[in-house]
Design a protein around this ligand. Structure first.
Ligand SMILES: Cc1ncc(COP(=O)(O)O)c(C=O)c1O
Length: 491
């Protein structure tokens, strides 16, 4: 029986894919589907070309391709045949029309983990109150692109863009070590630093390496879901303690430690996520004392250290740690822009080595070109200039939006002016349905985070983060005006 090749094969000259490749792929599909069984003779190239209205050389090229892949074989003097070694496949009905796209479902079962479901925030471009993202318009993009170019054009590419150090580009580790020591009172060497793709990877690796199923991890009652999800994924149980205007309640933590072994405490002491408050100094000392007494790990997430507006820096817990108890995680994603995936973990070298071994099984190394470029910007001082410039801009944006909210929305929004960070923790009038407000604001042209579930118990909070850093003062004025209009138009 001769197959109706003319209807089975659909070639599209406008598709941008060479015709011979389309033909070879479609013949391959017919072979894999069993429509063309093992040992069947294929039409001669001249005949097939005639049926399909294409050049004979195109059919020759397609057959050559299939020959090279072992789907067909050529027998001199008698023609071209489907390979004899192919397993016999029950042919599918011709008209089932094999799907041309990947489809939406696997053919095997797997468990969809609901604990991994969390809204994915992106950086909105119009008027916005985001979660506290930086303004990419201030990022040192020209200097970055110069550094990229110089790396790519420099010396022997074999040495620069091949497999490198799992722990990160040496220049960046060196520069970061100097920068962290100078600004945060740390005492690192480059060996204490593992470069990651953003701080989330540092949190993931720390949880995977340090936690065993059943371990207890303590966080604030309000916290960053990205951290608790990682702790849970590593098998840990998450317990919470209250957070007030001075940060984590360390007395409550002490009580918890008396009643059960605690393996890790996750904190954002510089600006608590999401409420933005700074952990008071006596609580910092007590937290470290508890860590020493009960030998738990402190996972310190310093996601936005570079933005504090009181003038005097508040040093991280890691700077006062004398016993190797703090694992310090930071990132440039908030200081430059989230698309530049560069973060780091700072810890004693035994842990850094183990984190690197673990990292290697999911990611052989980071983006070395990016890491070099960032290292170079630290080296030339460009990065520090950027931090100074954006700190000034964000501080006046904070002042501007706080004044606006106070004057324009006094009956709707309560907040404390944050001493640092990139967002205000705003509590709305209880009569306002935040999810609906966010929908209505979006229709009016303003993105507003609908108040994520910041509580590990899943409690819906009546507050949300109003990120101010990514908008100019003019944009913030417009954003507050839209918010006011939408609020006044109905609850
Ligand atoms: C508290 C906190 N930690 C860590 C991260 C992760 O940041 P990165 O983009 O560096 O992975 C975020 C991101 O929003 C965050 O809010």
């Amino acid at each position: 029986m001769t197959l109706p090749f003319k209807t089975l094969i659909q070639l599209d000259k406008a598709a941008g894919q060479p015709i011979y490749e389309q033909l070879s792929e479609q013949l391959g599909q017919l072979i894999r589907a069993g429509t063309l069984p093992a040992r069947q003779r294929l039409p001669g190239t001249r005949q097939l070309a005639l049926w399909l209205g294409i050049h004979r050389q195109t059919v020759v090229a397609a057959y050559d391709d299939l020959l090279a892949q072992g789907w067909i074989e050529s027998r001199p003097g008698s023609g071209t045949f489907i390979a004899s070694h192919l397993p016999s496949i029950r042919p599918q009905a011709l008209d089932t029309g094999a799907p041309t796209r990947m489809g939406t479902q696997t053919g095997f079962a797997f468990t969809r983990r609901t604990e991994l479901e969390r809204p994915v925030l992106s950086s909105p471009v119009g008027l916005r109150f985001d979660d506290g993202f930086p303004d990419a318009r201030l990022a040192p993009l020209d200097a970055m692109s110069r550094a990229y170019r110089s790396y790519l054009n420099w010396g022997n590419p074999q040495a620069h863009v091949g497999y490198g150090d799992v722990k990160g580009h040496p220049l960046l580790r060196e520069e970061l070590s100097k920068y962290l020591n100078a600004t945060r009172g740390l005492r690192t060497t480059p060996d204490n630093i593992l470069i990651t793709r953003g701080s989330i990877m540092g949190l993931y690796l720390s949880c995977q390496v340090l936690l065993q199923p059943g371990d207890v991890v303590v966080t604030g009652e309000t916290t960053w879901a990205g951290a608790t999800m990682n702790a849970r994924r590593a098998g840990a149980t998450v317990r919470t303690v209250p957070v007030d205007e001075h940060g984590l309640d360390v007395d409550a933590l002490a009580h918890l430690c008396e009643s059960q072994p605690v393996r890790m405490v996750y904190v954002t002491p510089h600006h608590h996520y999401p409420t933005t408050v700074t952990l008071r100094s006596d609580r910092r000392v007590r937290l470290l004392q508890l860590a020493e007494q009960y030998r738990f790990a402190v996972l310190e997430d310093d996601y936005d250290f570079d933005y504090h507006y009181l003038g005097r820096p508040i040093l991280p817990l890691a700077s006062a740690d004398r016993h190797g108890l703090v694992v310090y995680v930071g990132s440039l994603t908030k200081s430059v822009s989230p698309g530049f995936r560069v973060g780091y973990v700072v810890a004693p070298t035994d842990l850094i080595d183990e984190l690197a071994r673990f990292r290697r099984i999911i990611d052989r190394q980071g983006d070395i070109v990016l890491e070099y470029a960032v290292g170079q910007l630290f080296h030339t001082g460009e990065m520090k200039r950027h931090f100074r410039k954006s700190l000034r801009a964000y501080q006046s944006r904070r002042d501007h939006v706080c004044a606006l909210l106070t004057h324009e929305l006094p009956n709707w929004v309560q907040f404390q002016k944050p001493d640092g960070g990139m967002a205000i923790w705003a509590t709305f009038d209880p009569a306002v349905d935040l999810a609906r407000l966010a929908e209505r604001a979006l229709r009016a042209g303003l993105y507003l985070s609908p108040g994520l579930v910041h509580n590990p118990a899943g409690k819906w909070l009546h507050s949300t983060r109003l990120g101010f850093a990514s908008s100019t003062e003019d944009e913030l004025t417009q954003a507050v005006a839209v918010l006011k209009r939408v609020l006044e138009a109905g609850k």
